[in-house]
Design a protein around this ligand. Structure first.
Ligand SMILES: Cc1cc2nc3c(=O)[nH]c(=O)nc-3n(C[C@H](O)[C@H](O)[C@H](O)COP(=O)(O)O)c2cc1C
Length: 126
């Protein structure tokens, strides 16, 4: 059983709906799951030795929704190496945009830089 935090970035609610669909599925497998929208670094930190799922859409030109921008920036600016963190990315986007799933890819790249262990990433081409 894992302790899983799902960290949501959404504008129109789709990524939150995905997180709320995933939560009971993971709970049914015995995991402890919490969903965070507009998450803070304080909410992220208890998962630094656990599992974080980042579920974010992309807006603008490959940008993060406001509901996850602060968390991304704080993880980038205030945290360093996170080797004990296991994580996955559920990236929502639209392939008609130039920066398809850009926000999910950017968060993934940051956590790779931090030495975190990616366990899941939705199948988006690099
Ligand atoms: C103004 C606008 C800009 C968008 N820009 C991108 C983009 O750069 N890349 C992408 O993959 N999707 C982009 N999308 C598509 C959204 O990511 C997609 O519709 C997503 O499902 C929205 O999820 P949300 O309801 O959680 O915000 C954009 C959508 C809108 C309305």
């Amino acid at each position: 059983m894992a302790k899983i935090g799902i960290f949501v970035g959404t504008v129109y609610g789709n990524a939150l709906l995905v997180a709320e669909e995933a939560q009971p599925l993971l709970q049914a497998q015995g995991h402890e799951v919490a969903v965070f929208n507009d998450a803070t670094l304080a909410q992220w930190q208890p998962y630094s030795s656990e599992v974080a799922l980042i579920g974010t859409s992309t807006i603008g030109q490959g940008d993060f929704p406001d509901s996850i921008t602060g968390l991304y920036q704080d993880v980038k600016d205030k945290l360093g190496h996170q080797p004990a963190l296991r994580y996955g990315v559920i990236a929502l986007g639209d392939s008609s945009y130039d920066h398809f799933c850009g926000a999910g890819k950017t968060f993934d790249a940051l956590l790779q830089e931090h030495g975190a262990q990616r366990t899941v990433r939705s199948p988006v081409p690099d």
